[in-house]
Design a protein around this ligand. Structure first.
Ligand code: GLN
Length: 309
């Protein structure tokens, strides 16, 4: 691991030297974060983790939660139910776009845009009622091998900040409810969605999540079998084509592995059969993806031949 540590340090030193990008400010609490934080972790399929940078720092999952949510949804509700209300198509609009909904029979294009994730939180509320959040946090904790590191927690400040300023997500949710796509209580579906976006993780956590997908569903740290191979294929397939919103194609060219980003500046990646990666750097590009994070991943992808060539 010594050479790998040197490689990580070198890559992060280079990727960090850029002034581009802006920290997300539309959720006021996210604007408070230190933009210079930078962390990179890798977990291989033997359960070994290697990290560099501000390793211990925590950040909210934001849309990275959408990949974990989809795992939970397919495992508990089944593929047919999940995809009865949500498509499997890439989206060329921003993650919170309303426009496409009116043009696509009111079905969200995929589970990784806000509309798709809110439809899923509505389904969870119907299935689990008030137990939904506890069930999901427990599942996410196991997905990230948290058994020995303590359960995941919700960052209350971020949760409240997003809930207080979520006009756009509210507009999406009420539109979906009016169209019959989102069932149950709209505010409760939104509330669960905000809580999932506010779950705090570090890059080790998300690298273990990536490694669980990379191994075909077995968490390499805890040894727990968590996901069926069909779930892994669906989640990784969608990560490949919609994981970075309207920048997904460019990311496929630059990095070339399944990934999911969030507006806090985190990105989780899956290198099938090899490893999971987690990176965090808050300044974002116009698509809402971490600028330095993508740079670091692009360099790592070439150095370690993460595409296999
Ligand atoms: N909580 C954020 C929102 O709903 C998640 C978006 C993201 O990470 N891209 O706007």
């Amino acid at each position: 691991m010594e050479n790998l540590q040197d490689l990580f340090d070198k890559i992060m030193g280079t990727a960090r030297n850029i002034e581009e990008g802006r920290v997300a400010a539309y959720i006021p609490e996210l604007a408070q974060v230190d933009p210079s934080l930078f962390s990179l972790s890798m977990t291989t399929l033997d359960g070994t983790t290697c990290s560099s940078g501000d390793q211990g720092c925590f950040f909210s999952m934001q849309s990275i939660s959408k990949a974990a949510t989809l795992c939970f949804a397919i495992e508990t509700l089944g593929r047919d139910k999940v995809f009865s209300k949500i498509g499997m198509e890439p989206c060329s609009e921003p993650f919170n776009s309303i426009m496409k909904l009116e043009m696509t029979s009111s079905l969200p294009l995929n589970p990784f845009i806000n509309a798709g994730a809110i439809v899923l939180t509505g389904m969870f509320n119907e299935q689990y009622g008030s137990l939904a959040i506890a069930e999901i946090v427990d599942f996410f904790s196991r997905l990230m091998g948290r058994q020995t590191r303590g359960s995941l927690r919700i960052n209350e400040n971020i949760y409240r900040s997003e809930k207080a300023t979520a006009d756009r997500n509210r507009a999406l949710a009420y539109f979906l409810h009016n169209a019959g796509t989102l069932s149950g209580d709209v505010e409760e579906a939104l509330d669960l969605y905000f809580k999932l976006c506010s779950i705090e993780v570090n890059t080790v956590d998300i690298s273990v999540m990536g490694a669980t997908l990379a191994s075909g569903g077995r968490n390499p740290v805890s040894g727990e079998e968590l996901l069926s191979i069909d779930t892994v294929y669906i989640v990784c397939g969608l990560m490949s084509v919609c994981g970075l919103y309207d920048q997904s194609a460019e990311f496929a060219v630059e990095v070339g592995i399944p990934a999911k980003s969030g507006v806090s500046g985190g990105i989780v990646c899956v290198v099938p059969g090899r490893m999971g990666l987690g990176v965090f750097s808050p300044p974002l590009n116009k698509s809402g993806n971490s600028v330095a994070g993508i740079r670091a991943l692009a360099a790592l992808s070439r150095e370690l031949k993460l595409r296999g060539i």
